[in-house]
Design a binder for this molecule. Structure first.
Ligand code: ARG
Length: 264
């Protein structure tokens, strides 16, 4: 059973601009965002079979819905994020409180080690694939990997539109990954191809719909609607693709995976 942490988008909005997708003059339609989120939650729980936990939304924290950025939780250890931007640093105490109340050991990184949680870090076997440049600091990777006894593999993010690793990279199982090669440098692509036997190259159209930002629940993959080539590639490999329209969240630079934190 895969457990995930979500946060309802009651106070969601595009209130500042900290990535190239966010434009205050293109505000989110809140009733529509809430309906999209409810459908996303239903698919995760009822069709993909995830066990869903929820944390309370907070007024004044419009990005709290993107729980992937809370930190990295494995077993009963939670490494808390250190957000790059002040607007999101205000979320840190709320995420930490949720984990502390549930008995997790909370690990705090030094204040200058920016680290944006699962948005930039994926454990795969003994490795920790981790992205840096726009948000997380490369020096945070080793610190986080050491906590969990993993080996950090740092990937440079080369395109500001794909500012978190989870916007362009989705490990599907031990041997399969979906990724958008132009979001990385050549060396990063080599590192990815060396680790996975089966690499799905996501084309630009699907990447710009944040197809790589997919919530992977066992063989179920819940992803933004309209990623037609990627859906076919998934089905050919025996995954079950569940498209869901999360267009209101794309306005803040997020899709399904950003709204999901795995409780590993
Ligand atoms: N507006 C949010 C930000 O820029 C979106 C976060 C998306 N999260 C993610 N895991 N990619 O921080």
């Amino acid at each position: 059973m895969t457990r995930v942490l979500l946060c309802p988008p009651d106070y969601y909005g595009v209130e500042y601009e900290i990535n190239p997708w966010m434009h205050r003059e293109q505000p989110a339609d809140l009733p529509r965002a809430r309906a999209q989120w409810r459908e996303f939650r239903r698919i995760l729980a009822e069709e993909a079979g995830a066990e869903v936990e929820e944390m309370p939304p907070r007024p004044g924290l419009p990005d709290l819905v993107f729980t992937a950025n809370a930190g990295l939780a494995i077993g009963n250890v939670f490494v808390a994020s250190r957000f790059r931007f002040a607007q999101r640093q205000r979320e840190e105490p709320h995420f930490q409180e949720w984990f502390a109340e549930r008995g997790y050991e909370i690990v705090r990184l030094p204040p200058d080690l920016y680290f944006e949680g699962e948005g930039d870090a994926f454990p795969v076997g003994e490795d920790l694939f981790a992205g840096y440049h726009f948000r997380s600091d490369i020096r945070s990777h080793r610190a986080v990997a050491e906590v969990f006894g993993l080996h950090a593999l740092s990937l440079h993010l080369a395109d500001a539109r794909f500012y978190h690793l989870d916007t362009c990279f989705a490990p599907l199982d031990e041997r399969t990954v979906a990724y958008h090669p132009p979001a990385f440098d050549d060396y990063g692509c080599r590192v990815i191809r060396a680790r996975f036997q089966d690499c799905i190259e996501v084309n630009e159209a699907d990447a710009l719909r944040f197809g790589c930002n997919a919530s992977v629940i066992g063989r179920h993959v819940v992803l933004n609607a309209g990623c037609d080539s990627l859906n076919r590639a998934l089905e050919e490999r025996g995954f079950v693709a569940h498209p869901v329209d999360v267009s209101e969240f794309m306005k803040a630079g997020g899709a399904t995976k950003c709204m999901t934190l795995l409780l590993r």
